[in-house]
Design a binder for this molecule. Structure first.
Ligand SMILES: CC(C)(COP(=O)(O)OP(=O)(O)OC[C@H]1O[C@@H](n2cnc3c(N)ncnc32)[C@H](O)[C@@H]1OP(=O)(O)O)[C@@H](O)C(=O)NCCC(=O)NCCS
Length: 439
């Protein structure tokens, strides 16, 4: 019997992956990939085995494939040229024939790979069925700016119920990049359009998009997590990287359509799909919908929202009164938490550079949002800002939230803890308690 080269590593990996295996059972994942991937035969065979493995773990899978490379190859072999306008193929009759051929060949090849179950293959004994069909209703792109796109189409409708029935039966569903019109015509579609539409129609738990290039920051470092907002900014900057721009657009559309998570995964890394799904750090880019609440620097338009939040607290003496004018002047010191467009929390930071400290003030969370960690998030973000300014201490004056500050690592201090300029302003009548935290 052969021994494992590194049993500890194997056990550690298995334990790390186990919670994901459990969480993914019965979930619906849509995986979209370009036709190019199929051309790299050995790597593609390993990818399909991984897909088979996911299915064997009880994940409901829909595969959406493209065929750009195959269409190009066929047209070239026939001495024909592809025509594009605005980055979109103009599918004439010859191109449409190539699209149909590619869909047929790819279906057979993918089905063959998914059927492998020989004793010495990775999916020995597994008998996973593949279903394909006319799930996509398409419409022609039509004539745009005087250009007739002919048989180039866009998704009009997805028969999600039919796909779901196949999934229910334990099949993997394979959807090509073509669709049919009610008049019986065939249209060539962008696989990214199909993948986003299918994921949306199924309300998939995940959409995985295999792409050539993964998102990077300006220094070329990989970006492992993005919010939809960040992904949109990146898409606008993607410029020459059309493949990345399209992958991001596909992911963003699915998220807007209610898909919980989208992952971009490198199509060139062996096992990338498994690594992305079953390891904590992942190897791709996870894109999530923007959280409903959002912590950010306050803007002048927020003054009304902040006033609505703090006026009741000023009225009952919890917070010191500051009028609209002062708030407008000091808006640069504020940060807010916005929930679905409404200001539900705020905090202000007033630095005293000489003493290398800052006052944390006007911390408030709207009553219906309390005890959900918003206060702590506002504090953490104020602390981070103070650290950025190379400050060493944070202090706060409060009459009602002493215990909250103690729980957050502050300690009570005397008047001497305040910077000279702040001491002079201390309101003896108010009698606030002073709390200090080292950063
Ligand atoms: C203080 C305040 C900002 C906390 O906001 P929050 O979002 O509810 O805070 P968090 O969710 O991070 O923390 C909640 C925890 O703090 C406790 N807490 C909240 N306010 C408290 C207070 N005044 N005194 C003691 N504990 C308090 C909660 O009971 C909860 O404890 P738990 O986690 O054990 O259940 C909020 O209560 C508020 O707006 N108060 C009025 C304004 C104020 O007093 N500001 C401070 C002066 S600058």
């Amino acid at each position: 019997m052969s021994t494992l080269p590194n049993p500890e590593l194997f056990v550690r990996w298995f334990r790390e992956a186990a919670p994901y295996v459990h969480a993914f059972r019965g979930r619906t994942f849509v995986i979209g990939f370009p036709g190019e991937m199929v051309q790299e035969r050995a790597r593609f065979a390993r990818f399909v085995h991984d897909v088979n493995l996911l299915a064997a773990l009880g994940i409901r899978l829909v595969l959406v494939h493209g065929a750009r490379a195959q269409i190009e190859a066929e047209l070239k072999a026939k001495g024909l040229r592809s025509r594009y306008a605005r980055g979109l193929r103009i599918t004439d009759a010859d191109s449409l024939t190539a699209v149909k051929h590619a869909a047929g060949v790819l279906r057979v090849e993918i089905e063959a790979l998914l059927s492998q179950g020989l004793p010495n293959s990775p999916m020995a004994g597994a008998a996973i069925r593949v279903g394909s069909g006319n799930y996509i209703t398409a419409r022609p792109v039509g004539v745009v700016d005087g250009v007739d796109y002919q048989y180039t189409g866009a998704v009009r409708k997805v028969d999600g119920a039919a796909i779901a029935r196949r999934l229910e039966d334990g099949e993997i569903v394979l959807v090509p990049n073509l669709g049919y019109s009610p008049a019986g015509e065939v249209f060539n579609l962008a696989w990214e359009d199909v993948a986003a539409s299918v994921a949306t129609a199924l309300r998939a738990d995940k959409l995985l998009v295999l792409c050539e290039r993964l998102p990077q920051d300006r220094r070329g470092e990989p970006l492992h997590e993005l919010t939809a907002r960040e992904a949109e900014a990146l898409r606008k900057r993607a410029g020459a990287h059309k493949d990345l721009a399209r992958a991001l657009e596909c992911a963003l559309r699915a998220l807007a359509g209610g898909v919980a998570r989208a992952h971009l995964v490198s199509r060139r890394t062996d096992g990338a799909t498994l690594l992305e799904l079953f390891t904590h750090s992942g190897v791709g880019t996870l894109i999530t919908a923007d959280p409903l609440e959002h912590l950010r620097a306050a803007r002048i338009e927020d003054v009304g929202g902040i006033l609505a939040l703090i006026e009741p607290l000023e009225a009952d003496g919890t917070l010191v009164k500051r009028g609209r004018e002062r708030l407008e002047r000091e808006i640069g010191n504020f940060q807010v938490i916005e929930h679905d467009g409404v200001i539900v929390g705020c905090v202000a930071l007033y630095p005293f550079a000489e003493e290398r400290s800052a006052e944390l003030a006007c911390l408030a969370v709207s009553p219906e949002y309390r005890d959900a960690g918003y206060g702590e998030r506002l504090l953490r973000s104020a602390e981070a800002r103070a650290r950025q300014m190379k400050l060493r201490r944070l202090f706060a004056l409060t009459t009602r939230a002493q215990h909250w500050f103690l729980a957050q690592g502050f300690r009570e201090a005397g008047l001497e803890a305040l910077p000279e300029a702040r001491k002079a302003l201390y309101n003896w009548k108010r009698g606030s308690k002073i709390f200090v935290k080292r950063l």
